[in-house]
Design a protein around this ligand. Structure first.
Ligand code: APR
Length: 177
C-alpha cells in the first residue's frame, strides 16, 4: 500500500532481521535494555548500543532517541518508549501517538528512508492491540500528510494474533486510501 509516495507494509517476523535504514526499539525510560524487542535488539546488536544508550541517559515516554545498530543489519536504532497501559493514564493514547510520530520525525532528521516498527506497548506494557492499532495508523498518516521523505515504513509483527489485527485494520482502512 502506498500513501503520499510512502510504501507501507505489514510483515510477520523478527524486527532485528529487517534490512532497513532504522528499526524502532520498544524501550523503557532508562534505555538500559529489557526483554521483548528491547532484549532482542541489545542481545543481537551488541554492547555498543547499551554504551550509547548510557550516554543518552534515558528517554521520556512518547519521545525517541537514536543510536547505532551495532551488529544488526540496519544502520540505526530509534529507541522510543510507549505508555504502560495499566497506568490508566488518560494520556496513554497521546503518548502512544507521540512514540510513533516522534520516531518518524527523528528518522527524517537523520535522512532515514526506510524504517521498521514493532507493535509498541502491546507486550510487557499491556496495551491491547485493538486499542493500539487505532492510534498507530493515524499517527503515521498524520506524519506522512506533512512529510513525504520516507520511502518505506514496515510494521513487523511477531505473532499471528497481532499480525491478523494489523492486517484487518490495514485492509479495512488503508486499503481504501
Ligand atoms: N520482533 C518484532 N516484534 C517483537 C519481537 C521481535 N524480535 N519481540 C517481541 N516483539 C513484539 C511483542 O510480541 C509485542 O507485540 O513487540 C511488541 C512489544 O512488546 P515488548 O517488547 O514487550 O515491548 P512493550 O510492550 O513496549 O514493553 C516495553 O518491555 O522489554 C521491555 O525494556 C522494555 O521495559 C520495556 C518494556
Amino acid at each position: 500500500m502506498e500513501y503520499n509516495k510512502t510504501k507501507i507494509s505489514i510483515l510477520k517476523g523478527d524486527i532485528t532481521e529487517q534490512k532497513v535504514d532504522a528499526i524502532v526499539n520498544a524501550a523503557n525510560n532508562t534505555l538500559l535494555g529489557g526483554s521483548g524487542v528491547d532484549g532482542a535488539i541489545h542481545k543481537k546488536g551488541g554492547r555498543i548500543i547499551l554504551e550509547q544508550c548510557k550516554k543518552i541517559g534515558g528517554c521520556p515516554t512518547g519521545e525517541a532517541r537514536i543510536t547505532t545498530a551495532g551488529n544488526l543489519p540496519c544502520k540505526y536504532i530509534i529507541h522510543t518508549v510507549g505508555p504502560i497501559y495499566s497506568s490508566n493514564n488518560d494520556r496513554n493514547e497521546k503518548l502512544l501517538y507521540n512514540a510513533y510520530y516522534n520516531s518518524l520525525e527523528l528518522a527524517v532528521n537523520y535522512n532515514i528512508k526506510s524504517i521498521a516498527f514493532p507493535a509498541i506497548s502491546t507486550g510487557a506494557y499491556g496495551y491491547p492491540v485493538k486499542e493500539a492499532i487505532i492510534i498507530v495508523f493515524p499517527a503515521v498518516i498524520d506524519f506522512l500528510d506533512s512529510n513525504g521523505s520516507i520511502d518505506n515504513i514496515e510494521f513487523v509483527l511477531h505473532n499471528d494474533e497481532i499480525f491478523t489485527v494489523y492486517n484487518e485494520y490495514f485492509t479495512q482502512n488503508l486499503g481504501i486510501l
